[in-house]
Design a protein around this ligand. Structure first.
Ligand SMILES: *Cc1c(COP(=O)(O)O)cnc(C)c1O
Length: 414
């Protein structure tokens, strides 16, 4: 058994590897290295054509394009087909049925399109196909994520020793950060929630603003803290939590603040609310799905003043950073709390050496190397401190806001 556990097991003998290589055999619809290359180049060509088409086509697919999706809905195939044909079918039938979020005319929600550099590096990382659970299986990915995390913490002005998790989105970032909160608060009460669960545990009070994002409630439900079992603090007309309506409560508590209300863009008054929360020993969590990025902009940083005094933060990289889906980030000041909540071990895991172990911080074990896209965008766009790369975009956002106001005013007159 011990021999099986040795890290050397990952290094099979070169000759053995050669004899196991499939060579010219059919590998999933392609028959040779040349065909694989042709397939990948074809995909790249088609993707480039697709992106170029986004600015000339309607943002929403036409009814005819949507109807054609039925052509994909055939009975479970009884015969194989070449990979190139599969790619072609998807491009011809499904590409026109997409919403052109990658183009310059999509302004829905708080989404953005993926930046070209992040699409390209995402493809490369897909070709690597690294299982970013353990550094022994994905040393480059583990190291790139370690660096990306350090850059992000610096960019946001968060504590340099905070832990980070590369997850699917803000929903899972909430889940991860609040799992750490749950662990830390109950550990202070002498209760090991990860071992013994929530039944019989001391109660945790959860405070949320009345306009908290629905994903926060989802995460609370998943954690057994309850979607409804929360104290809702009244908010002002912009959706900001009102400090003058602060409820009284005792015992372990989590206070969930918001950086960027999804309807108004408003930010909670962090300094004031964090003072109140910390005076009772509460854990402060911030939903900064898109708003945390304001702290990376010299012009917008005032909005997030005091945010770095919180205990955990959730954020999306597939929003402001414009990497491909799915990509979210959780940051937790008490690294040990996140590690304790996410710990996983198995006899068959080899020793991990000194590299960062990605799965020690995430709900997932196996996953793609999400941090690669993030590293790539930061490496490409961040050129100066304080970060100017986001500041460049806000004048455009203001321009759009002014145009909307004007159009609303003229509609009102009519
Ligand atoms: C988008 C968003 C979320 C949810 O993020 P996902 O990445 O979709 O899980 C949560 N909170 C706010 C404020 C958001 O804008």
């Amino acid at each position: 058994m011990q021999e099986y556990l040795a890290a050397d097991r990952l290094r099979t003998d070169w000759d053995v590897q050669q004899s196991l290589t499939l060579g010219e055999a059919d590998v999933g619809g392609v028959n040779s290295a040349a065909e694989t290359r042709g397939l990948l180049l074809d995909a790249a060509q088609r993707a480039a054509c697709y992106l170029e088409s986004c600015d000339a086509r309607p943002v929403l697919p036409t009814p005819a394009a949507l109807e054609r999706l039925a052509e994909l809905d055939i009975p479970l195939p009884d015969a194989a087909q070449p990979a190139s044909k599969t790619l072609c079918q998807l491009d011809e039938i499904a590409s026109p049925a997409t919403v052109a979020t990658a183009g310059g005319r999509f302004f829905g929600f708080v989404h953005g399109g993926a930046l070209p550099v992040s699409v390209a590096t995402n493809w490369l990382a897909t070709a690597w196909d690294q299982n970013t659970a353990l550094p022994s299986a994905a040393p480059a990915a583990a190291e790139i994520e370690r660096v990306a995390l350090r850059w992000l913490l610096e960019l946001f002005g968060l504590p340099e020793h905070a832990a980070g998790a590369f997850v699917t989105g803000t929903t899972m970032a909430h889940f991860s950060a609040l799992a750490a909160a749950r662990h830390a608060l109950l550990r202070q009460q002498g209760w090991d929630v990860d071992a013994d669960g929530l039944f019989g545990a001391p109660a945790i009070t959860v405070l949320v603003g009345d306009e908290a994002h629905p994903t926060l409630f989802k995460a609370l439900g998943l954690l057994g803290l309850g979607r409804r079992r929360v104290l809702r603090v009244p908010v002002d007309a912009q959706g900001r939590m009102r400090a003058d309506k602060w409820p009284t409560f005792g015992g372990p508590a989590i206070v969930c603040l918001q950086a960027g209300n999804v309807n108004t863009g408003a930010f909670d008054p962090f300094n004031e609310l964090i003072d109140l929360a910390h005076s009772t020993g509460a854990w402060v969590h911030v939903d900064g799905a898109f708003g945390l990025w304001a702290s990376a902009s010299s012009r917008q940083a005032l909005l997030t003043a005091g945010i770095n005094r919180a205990d955990s933060w959730a954020c999306d990289a597939h929003k402001w950073l414009n990497v491909p889906y799915d990509s979210g980030l959780a940051f937790v000041r008490d690294a040990n709390a996140l590690r304790a909540a996410m710990a996983v071990s198995a006899e068959y895991f080899p020793e991990q050496g000194s590299l960062r172990t990605p799965s020690a911080f995430t709900p997932e074990l196996s996953r793609r190397a999400r941090g690669v896209d993030i590293w790539a965008v930061l490496r490409t766009l961040v050129s100066a401190r304080p970060a100017a790369f986001l500041s460049k975009r806000s004048p455009r956002a203001r321009l759009i806001a002014a145009a909307c106001r004007q159009s609303a005013a003229s509609t009102a007159v009519v």
